[in-house]
Ligand binder design. Sequence first.
Ligand SMILES: Cc1cc2nc3c(=O)[nH]c(=O)nc-3n(C[C@H](O)[C@H](O)[C@H](O)COP(=O)(O)OP(=O)(O)OC[C@H]3O[C@@H](n4cnc5c(N)ncnc54)[C@H](O)[C@@H]3O)c2cc1C
Length: 362
Amino acid sequence: MSDDVRHEIRSVLDAVVLPHADSWEEQGHIPADGWRALAETGLLSLPHEGPGFLRSAVFLEELGGTGYAGVRAAIGVHAYMAPAYLRMFGTDAQRAAWLRSDRIAALAITEQNAGTDLSSLSTVAKPDGAGHRLTGEKFYVANGSTADYFVVLAKTREGGTTRVLSGASLFVVDGRSPGITRHPQRTLGWRAADTCRVSFDGVVADGVIGRPDRALLQLMPALDFERLVAGLLAVGGVRHCLDLLRSFVRSHRVRGEALSANQAVRHRLADLDAQFELVRAFAHRLAEEHCAGRLDTKAAAVLKLTATELAVAAAQACVQFHGARGYLDDSAPARLYRDAMAGTIAAGASELMRDLIFESGR
Ligand SMILES: Cc1cc2nc3c(=O)[nH]c(=O)nc-3n(C[C@H](O)[C@H](O)[C@H](O)COP(=O)(O)OP(=O)(O)OC[C@H]3O[C@@H](n4cnc5c(N)ncnc54)[C@H](O)[C@@H]3O)c2cc1C
């Protein structure tokens, strides 16, 4: 993708995200006028697949590069992670009804006792006339208080799910349906991501997504895609963090000289930068593989693991070399540090990524 495209996307984000991001963080969500302005840029409806995905890849990296991981998570879930299920497995009617830039999306998979291990799922979907009624409670749902629709995982077969989720299905649920209650959950970081506990009390689903009772068939490719998206966002976040740190150590003086004059500082930055270049190159290669329809579970897990863990290491160095000013609650390094810790948990914890990599090893 040309540098022109990257610069164009960056300047759009500079105009529509950066002036408002602190206020969105404070409000705990992106408000309606923010979503509207973002939708008008056309950046919320870029391709998920085929050669056009390269534009998405640049967008995701640049979105991460804004340095606001709560904002990037809200947008990532709305434009990629939740709609992926409808794009991949939905009917034409479902896509026409829900994949509109004015409909905010949320993904409601995780429960209090079903995160890494989705076979412990307790939300149930009972047949009701031609459709289903959902009852259960989902946790950590990004865009939870503002979502116009939810993609929800629920059990559809008595006797519980097996390890491979053979008795579960995915549903699209209209956010206006009676029986939905949204409870904001205060989180350490990702504050603009609007993380909520969402209760479904006999809620009538709009429809099943894909094959009933076979959620695993949908989850596997969609989760690989989610990890590619999370990895690209994190790569942008690392770049932002290292740029901030580099500029600080060059300008901040201790004992009469720039902090960057110290080898300990230069080498720490060089090590992080070297890892960043490798992860970024891998992310770009994976984006191209995905364009060609060749995204695999191991590669997606490698990217998600390495990019999000590098973000933690970079954020830690950023706070450390900023000294106490980077420990102030309202400082950028402190936000980067808080935010980085969500990246290694959300979209599959690092330990799960390691399990996936090991299991699909040579
Ligand atoms: C900020 C944020 C936003 C989120 N947004 C959403 C959302 O929009 N929608 C949604 O459905 N979910 C969302 N999640 C939930 C996320 O997907 C889960 O947190 C994740 O899948 C892990 O599940 P869990 O938190 O229940 O941890 P658990 O599964 O209970 O695991 C706890 C910890 O145990 C460790 N662990 C797990 N498995 C292993 C293992 N095999 N070996 C060693 N250690 C292990 C890991 O460190 C893990 O963090 C979000 C989470 C966060 C933090």
